[in-house]
Design a protein around this ligand. Sequence first.
Ligand SMILES: *Cc1c(COP(=O)(O)O)cnc(C)c1O
Length: 426
Amino acid sequence: MSDRLPGFSTLAVHAGAQPDPTTGARATPIYQTTSFVFNDADHAASLFGLQAFGNIYTRIGNPTNAVLEERVAALEGGTAALAVASGHAAQVVVLQQLLQPGDEFIAARKLYGGSINQFTHAFKSFGWNVVWADPDDIASFERAVTPRTKAIFIESIANPAGSITDIEAISSVARKAGVPLIVDNTLASPYLIRPIDHGADIVVHSLTKFLGGHGNSLGGIIVDAGTFDWSTGGKYPMLSEPRPEYHGIRLQETFGNFAFAIACRVLGLRDLGPALSPFNAFMILTGIETLPLRMQKHCDNAKAVAEFLASHPAVASVSYAGLASDKYNQLARKYAPKGAGAVFTFSLKGGYDAGVNLVSKLQLFSHLANVGDTRSLVIHPASTTHSQLDDAAKVKSGAGPDVVRLSIGIEDKEDLIADLEQALSA
Ligand SMILES: *Cc1c(COP(=O)(O)O)cnc(C)c1O
């Protein structure tokens, strides 16, 4: 055995997995079972009391899901991870560990439309108050900090326009405020950006997108960087105070640098219930094996398509950080040197009607509300994902009426360009 640390592509194929000890199965089996037999009464009691690690019931953990958790933790450089049913479930479970009713968290205004909705409406009913900041204005995060601030939430590559966030600058604001930085790394995937290397304390993903990568399975994951001290100032009682549900243990004291992942599992997933199906974990694990190959092709195709659009007379502007002329190109070179992702927007000279018309003329691109599929996708955010926002908020979040969003797949780039060409000239 060499003492070389495995590289990213090797981890994408192998991390967390071993041949099945009883059957020798090489692919990770789907442990399609709700529950697991205890060795004896003492074993059962120690599992329930968190004195031993092991399987109890698939809502709390499952061996197929455990391979997925170990693999994504390895790819992101975290200490542990927790897989859940969707990206949105990951966000709820994370914030449940951090916020008490009446608390606040600061979120970048440029976010996935569903996250804007979740933060604005659903979380308000839990008493969790979102305060918006502008990811292009770091001082706006500093100004938003109050004694009730418990976390900062950003996207590494932000929806819908594929803008790049200065993770290190916002991480310093979080450090100064004594709160964790949560980074939604869905659009980048750890192949392009590893937020923990830039100061993130928690990483969340919608596995539904590039990690699963084939548009067939919902999933989400939470990665604990193991970097945050939860005992400071009694601000995070879920982690620092005795837990009545577990005989008074303190999670930070007992679990150290993976206490946050444990809290998400034993207080979040166990009690809120958004468990990932082992079948979906299997599909997503299979997807992750080819993540480095797919992601590079997604990025190379996206750059070619963005260059084509930038030179087309019907196009007013293209927002793709991989273009040398883009305002995020400096940040892209720093944070995502292998490629600036495959989700971006462009605007049409013909405005709203031209956007709706283009979407209806495209043939190879699928018109739907998803990103990160092998297939190329298109949507007009102003009439769909971002339609709940008022006009000013649409423009601020990068989804003005003339804007079309693409998620570039792994087809031949010449075919994608030909489809756009015919739709733009129709
Ligand atoms: C899709 C998405 C989510 C939500 O994930 P689901 O799996 O659909 O719940 C969150 N953040 C980003 C950036 C997304 O693209």
